[in-house]
Write a protein that binds this ligand. Sequence first.
Ligand SMILES: NC(=O)c1ccc[n+]([C@@H]2O[C@H](COP(=O)([O-])OP(=O)(O)OC[C@H]3O[C@@H](n4cnc5c(N)ncnc54)[C@H](OP(=O)(O)O)[C@@H]3O)[C@@H](O)[C@H]2O)c1
Length: 248
Amino acid sequence: MDDTGAGPVLILGGRSEIGIELARLLAPGATVVLAARRAEQLDDQVATLREAGAAAVHTTEFDADDLASHGPLVASVIADHGPIGVAVLAFGILGDQARAEVDATHAAAIVHTDFVAQVSLLTHLAVAMRTAGRGSLVVFSSVAGVRVRRANYVYGSAKAGLDGFASGLADALHDTGVHLLIARPGFVIGRMTQGMAPAPLSSTPDQVAAATARALAKGRRVVWIPWALRGWPVVRLLPQFIWRRMPR
Ligand SMILES: NC(=O)c1ccc[n+]([C@@H]2O[C@H](COP(=O)([O-])OP(=O)(O)OC[C@H]3O[C@@H](n4cnc5c(N)ncnc54)[C@H](OP(=O)(O)O)[C@@H]3O)[C@@H](O)[C@H]2O)c1
């Protein structure tokens, strides 16, 4: 059981660079649960969070693509550690856009992980948090979903769907004691984007985590990272013949 009173911090995608950086900031005095594939291979992440001051760090096996496992996972975290304080949905895949354009199975797999699985987990978590009357959800959207680009339309469309779902869910949770934060980073220099040339207004996982933790503490609904990207929706006004040529 979590005896801090704040409830455990659950990181779904417990090996995510952004997720671990955020967990480090939320760790002091907290019980942290890392849910990931190959949960027995999380020693580095567990050590990092202990060093960051976590009261306890637990690991649990989690495959986001296995939708039937989501309900039992949420229930077992609550049974073992009490009502969840913060749940961070940090899992995701970029996928291979060129392959996804010709391989329907790959296209559907990207959307399954980045949209369908997120919808499933958010629904289970929201129901549990509403029952408890408290808790915070952190959703990682992306500027890629604000206006979908030709160059990454499969990943971008999943993020667009996720962003829309999360916006509606945030409104549904208004006045329930449950809070949902939508983080919209731009290009993040890290494992997911390895080998790609950084786009303008890039950030790093620790910068994304710091901005997200600040927004969470303030109870904000949306955070753009970097903050300058809050003007990004203006790209909706660009004519299609220009937008079509935009790099990813
Ligand atoms: N990096 C960027 O440029 C960027 C920009 C905007 C938004 N975001 C979003 O931010 C979130 C975190 O990204 P990140 O940069 O931290 O990426 P990351 O370091 O690549 O982490 C993503 C994690 O998702 C996990 N994952 C993928 N499929 C999974 C599945 N089926 N079941 C369980 N776990 C699964 C991976 O687990 P394994 O270790 O098992 O492979 C990996 O640890 C993602 O939603 C991403 O789309 C990232």
